[in-house]
Structure formats: structure tokens, C-alpha cells
Design a binder for this molecule. Structure first.
Ligand SMILES: Nc1ncnc2c1ncn2[C@@H]1O[C@H](COP(=O)(O)OP(=O)(O)OP(=O)(O)O)[C@@H](O)[C@H]1O
Ligand SMILES: [Mg+2]
Length: 262
């Protein structure tokens, strides 16, 4: 129903500037975006339009130059870096295109890694990690090294690692970018299941065919949101409290042209 819920992510007039002087460049430009709990948002757009920059800011891996970011209602700009790191550990799970597994650690150790920051002892870490791997039907691979696994299996390990802390939001930057279509499908089915369980997912992709999994598709262009479309008429999806429409401010500098990816 249309109950008003607190957005899990709210970005107001967010900008990210790189460089100074002549080299000044806005990767994000006065961007406004509200994401509600339970949405499965896919972000598309040409190479260089700011997708990764946006995801990294949402994931507290990077800071905006100006604007406001409310994560679960809290203004992150006002939070110390240490508390931000703790928030990231508790609330956010990251999945990357190149899996980012630690090559010298086996599967279960990789999945258990985020729990180090929780202060769990090793046995407890491995027990929790083992449970998550079981859910992904990877328990027989617990002691494999990443190089002994397929790309699809490694990405599923990376998803297990992203979920081990029970985050409320999953951020995925082209999680199927290095996978063939069969493995892409397997990974997408896993993400769908995670979404069906009530998690919020924000995923960047270049593959338009995957948008069938999304409840909302956002197209970015030149550091701004170009189009924003709800793709499922899901009566159970909450809607945000209406906001005053804001006029986009002009970018400080025209951005240099960049060719889009195919
Ligand atoms: N650390 C940095 N220093 C300077 N410029 C940067 C930096 N990181 C990103 N940029 C620039 O910001 C713009 C947005 O980059 P971003 O990585 O967000 O693009 P993207 O949409 O994720 O592209 P792709 O689809 O190729 O991954 C690009 O023009 C990029 O060159
Ligand atoms: Mg990117």
C-alpha cells in the first residue's frame, strides 16, 4: 500500500568534483535520488556518466563534494569517518565486477572477513560464514581457493561475503560484468532471492536484459539522473513522501565528451 516510509537512501543536490582549476570536473552534478527499503534499483548509463562514483558515495567508500546524503535518515556528512566505517560494516554489503576476493584466503575465510570488524572470534566467524555458504549451496567449496573456482562461483562467494553481516542494503557494481550469460543468470537469481527476502538492492549494469529483475530502472547521463522508471506495479512497494520538485542547477563546467560503452 502507499504508506509513507523513511527512505533508506536520500540524496539531495549531491555533487562530486574531481580536480581543480582547469582540470575541474563534475562526476555527479546536483543529483537528487530517494530509494525506499525493498526496492531493486538498476542504474544504467554510458561509461563515465558517474554510476560507480554514485555507488561508492552511497556505500560510504567516497564522499560527495557538496549536497546531502541521508542514510537511514542520518546525515552522513556529519558523521566521523570512524562511525561511517562502522555504519558501512553494519548496513551495507558490496559486490564488485571483479569479485574482489582476497586471493590468499580460501572461500570460507573470504566470506568470514567482514566479521573481523565485528570483533567476533575466529570460530564464531567461520560458523556464521559456513551458514551463509550453505544457503548458496557452496558448502562443499568452503576450503577451495578463489583460483580453483569458476567466475560464477567466485561471484556467488562474493555475494555470500556481502551478506554475512546481514546488511540492509546491497550495492552491486556490474556484478555480472565478468560473467557469461549462464553465470549471470545464476547470480541474478541469487540477487532476486535476496531482494524477495526484503533487502534493498542498488545495482549498476550495462546489460539492459537484466532490468527485468529490477523494480526501478534509472538511466544516468553526465552525472545526473536522466530517466527514472518504476518497472513493476508492485502494490506492496512503499512510496516516498512527495518532495518539492527541484530545478537542476547548471553544471559549473561543460563536461568533456566521452564515448559511451557499447
Ligand atoms: N579518482 C578520480 N579522479 C578523477 N576523475 C575521476 C576519478 N574517478 C572517476 N573519475 C571520473 O568521473 C567520471 C565518472 O566515473 P565513474 O567511474 O563513476 O563512471 P561509470 O559511469 O561508473 O563508468 P563505467 O560504466 O565505465 O564504469 C569519469 O569521467 C571518470 O573519469
Ligand atoms: Mg563504473
Amino acid at each position: 500500500m502507499n504508506e509513507r516510509v523513511q527512505p533508506i537512501i536520500e540524496l539531495n543536490e549531491l555533487s562530486k568534483r574531481y580536480g581543480i582549476g582547469d582540470a575541474e570536473y563534475f562526476a555527479l552534478s546536483n543529483l537528487n535520488l530517494t530509494i525506499l527499503p525493498g526496492e531493486f534499483v538498476m542504474i544504467m548509463g554510458p561509461s563515465g556518466c558517474g554510476k560507480t562514483t554514485l555507488l561508492n558515495i552511497m556505500g560510504l567508500l567516497d564522499r560527495a563534494t557538496s549536497g546531502q546524503y541521508l542514510l537511514d535518515g542520518k546525515a552522513v556528512e556529519r558523521i566521523s569517518r570512524r562511525r561511517q566505517a562502522r555504519m558501512r560494516g553494519n548496513k551495507i554489503g558490496f559486490i564488485f565486477q571483479n569479485f574482489n576476493l582476497v586471493p590468499g584466503l580460501n572461500v570460507i575465510e573470504n566470506v568470514a572477513l567482514p566479521l573481523v570488524y565485528r570483533g567476533y572470534y575466529k570460530t564464531r566467524r567461520l560458523t556464521v560464514a559456513s551458514k551463509v555458504l550453505e544457503r548458496f549451496h557452496l558448502q562443499e567449496r568452503e576450503y577451495y581457493m578463489p583460483w580453483q573456482m569458476s567466475g560464477g562461483q567466485n561471484q556467488r562467494v562474493a555475494i555470500a561475503r556481502a551478506l554475512v553481516n546481514n546488511p540492509s542494503i546491497i550495492l552491486a557494481d556490474e556484478p555480472t560484468g565478468n560473467l557469461d550469460s549462464r553465470n549471470s543468470h545464476i547470480v541474478m537469481e541469487e540477487l532476486k532471492e535476496i531482494h524477495d527476502q526484503g533487502n534493498t538492492i542498488v545495482m549498476v549494469t550495462h546489460n539492459a536484459a537484466l532490468t527485468t529483475y529490477a523494480t526501478r530502472v534509472i538511466n544516468m547521463l553526465d552525472g545526473q539522473i536522466d530517466t527514472d522508471v518504476k518497472t513493476t506495479a508492485d502494490a506492496d512497494l512503499p512510496t516516498a513522501a512527495p518532495k518539492e520538485p527541484k530545478k537542476a542547477k547548471p553544471r559549473k563546467k561543460p563536461r568533456k565528451n566521452k564515448k559511451g560503452k557499447s
